[in-house]
Design a protein around this ligand. Sequence first.
Ligand code: PEP
Length: 252
Amino acid sequence: MQASAGTPVKRVIGNWKMNGDRVANTDLLAELKKAGPWVAEVAVCVPFPYLGDVALSLQGGRIAWGAQDCSAHESGAYTGEVSAAMLAEFGCRYVLVGHSERRAGHGESDQLVADKAKRALAHGLTPVVCVGETLEQRDAGQTEEVVKRQLSAVIHTLGPCIPQIVVAYEPVWAIGTGRTATPEQAQAVHQRLRQQLHAATDKAARISLLYGGSVKPDNAVELFAQPDIDGGLIGGASLKAADFAAICRAAD
Ligand code: PEP
């Protein structure tokens, strides 16, 4: 779905994290294909080994697919890493970069995340740049400063390419906890992110800003109704076809 000049595409992207197996994935995708199509653009970001299966299953349909990380390097002696070029070969449309589980668990810096986003764009992938504060940072009143710093590295690294990214605001305290940001809390941060993007590009109005963090069918409608929330990045609920389908519908 194409956005007009001043409106972002509505998107719902599932993040399977390190879950699934070949049988369960086949069932999940079959149910999802039956449940769609949706007006919103829908995608699933899956573990690397399943990209081939998922690409075959979703080829020619309306659900896109992507990966959960990529290397900041082009190729070479980087054992265990997966390049953006390889993901492009598998028909990936998206790649998550800077998910908080990678920032925290793998020490990914703001600059590394920005470099990954740049590498993804160079291979025609859309980087979904994740930003978000921890509970300690929120309690210390640092939310705005933290997400601004995280996005700033990407803005400076990508320069004029910045309109090609998707941004996902994911407060760390809301991920996988069942504790979601209120629509007002989420909108307040999204509004600041949009302002920051406006300062960087005259095309900021068309950049999709997704909210992630314990989105479920029963809170999705209200979250997605906020003026600067253009859909969601969905973890746990993306593993249940009925829940994910309902969340996709909520973004329509
Ligand atoms: C995520 O991991 O990106 C996420 C948003 O997880 P959950 O929906 O389970 O909170």
